[in-house]
Ligand binder design. Structure first.
Ligand SMILES: *Cc1c(COP(=O)(O)O)cnc(C)c1O
Length: 457
């Protein structure tokens, strides 16, 4: 007899996975390597070691090891806020009147309010183990900086955060959380780095950009003895750490013999989608199961649906390595959009290869439709979702409504990556009816794609 599924499926502490899953081991077509922008040669560990932490570089370059043991100290930290609940959205199903069964994996139950802590704690651990004094990073909307400040304070590491100046001014609360955890937060562009001083001398009124903050953080890492630079998404190592999400979801679903038909995640740099979906994609690659997987991105920054699969700079400042990925061009600046975490021109190289190989589909959604879904969800399920996460909610609701039409009882699983308490300006606009959707024209996108670096493959 079918067991009644509870509202929340919790795993016990000893059921939290103890390894991260590396989908590259199961991929026939491996993601293309990062290459040096000058020589176009693949980057080696020796090239990467002066900038990034050594053990993380080993993970970054490893296409063969299927599982990495999660170090015990990280497992201990995970117990502070994991396992994260897998929730059956009974209230949402009822509100929609759908025969679909909807589940979401909620990653917002920690102070940083998002899944980013899963990788932040791993990156801080390896930095500490290497004997470093500290790390540097950039943050835009602030979720990553907040998560990393928690992780660094836990391991007693110094942290220098370059925060995009307009966010620094507009999101003083996130800034204060970071400072409370001991991080040194500098609005970018700043006069603490050469690249920052150069930008300020040319554009004294600059309110900053993610690309500029990355350039400052990298410079701060390579010019300060005992520091390295860390990044919160896109990289292979970040997807690896985030697989704790998908593996926990698998373990919880197994308890009730549930097999999802559709798996949905929002996609900015690809870390939460990769973390949730690659353990399932691994089953597909090994021929064990089949799922429909959907990446959801903003219509204002549609890397998968309208970008090109090509080598491009990872940053606007064009100092970082080239990565082969779905990109809108490193100079593409998406229009102001409230899902700050989804405003990145590129995409994870692992997900890009899997998408090119047809393992999942992608769709873009408009901002007001996303907030319609966010509000509908908040009112029935109780959680105030982050705008980024609400992209996944939108697609989950759309799929559930399709089931209502066809009468199919599909099982839908989506990633609810975080909470939206720092995004109330966005909710205010929505509630006031002043939110708009700015979608780039084909000509605009083409003009940026024309400028992609020329790389022979
Ligand atoms: C950063 C962030 C995202 C997007 O980043 P990915 O690397 O694509 O996962 C999504 N949701 C929240 C809440 C975030 O903070």
């Amino acid at each position: 007899m079918e067991k009644k599924v509870p509202y929340k499926i919790y795993l016990s502490e000893n059921e939290i996975p103890t390894q991260w899953y590396n989908v590259r081991a199961d991929m026939k077509n491996k993601p293309a390597p990062l290459i040096n922008p000058g020589t176009h040669q693949p980057l080696t560990k020796e090239d990467l070691d002066p900038i990034f932490c050594s053990e993380l570089n080993a993970q970054e370059l490893d296409n063969e090891t299927r599982f990495f043991d999660i170090p015990e100290e990280i497992q201990e930290f995970y117990k502070m806020y994991r396992p994260s609940p897998l929730v059956r959205a009974y209230f949402l199903e009822k509100a929609l009147g759908t025969p679909a069964k909807i589940y979401y994996k909620f990653e917002g139950n920690n102070t940083s309010g998002s899944h980013k802590l899963n990788s932040a704690i791993a990156q801080a651990y390896y930095a500490k183990k290497q004997g470093l004094k500290g790390v540097t990073t950039e943050t835009g909307a602030g979720q990553w900086g907040t998560a990393l400040s928690m992780a660094c304070s836990y391991f007693d590491l110094d942290l220098k955060v370059y925060m995009v100046k307009c966010s620094y001014e507009q999101k003083p609360f996130r800034r204060e959380v970071m400072r409370t955890y001991g991080a040194d937060v500098t609005p970018s562009p700043s006069n603490t780095t050469q690249v920052g001083r150069k930008i300020l001398s040319e554009h004294p009124e600059s309110t900053g950009s993610l690309g500029c903050a990355i350039s400052e953080a990298v410079e701060a890492a390579v010019t300060n003895e005992g520091y390295r630079y860390v990044l919160g998404s896109v990289l292979n190592q970040v997807l690896l750490h985030q697989t704790i999400i998908g593996q926990e979801a698998q373990a919880a679903l197994r308890k009730y013999d549930i097999k999802p038909d559709i798996i949905i995640g929002c996609a900015g740099g690809g870390s939460n989608l990769g973390g949730l979906a690659t353990p399932f994609i691994g089953e597909m690659l090994r021929g064990e199961a089949d799922y429909k997987i959907i990446a959801v991105e903003p219509a204002s920054c549609p890397s998968f649906t309208r970008g090109k699969f090509a080598y491009d700079f990872a940053d606007t400042g064009m100092i970082c390595p080239l990565a082969k990925m779905y990109t809108l061009g490193s100079q593409f600046i998406p229009s102001a959009n409230h899902a700050g975490g989804l405003r990145y021109h590129g995409m994870s190289p692992i997900l890009s290869q899997l998408y090119a190989d047809g393992l999942f589909e992608a769709r873009s959604v408009e901002q007001t439709a996303v907030f319609d879904a966010a509000v509908q969800f908040a009112r029935v399920e109780g959680i105030l979702p982050a705008p980024e996460s609400s992209h996944a909610i939108r697609a989950a609701i759309d799929e559930a409504l399709k089931c209502k039409e066809t009468g199919e009882e599909k099982t839908i699983l989506f990633g609810l990556t975080g909470t939206g308490y720092f995004d109330l300006k966005a909710y205010e606009q929505y509630n006031n009816g002043t939110m708009d959707d700015i979608i780039p024209s084909d000509d605009l996108i083409a003009s940026y794609l024309e400028k992609l670096p020329k790389v022979e493959e």
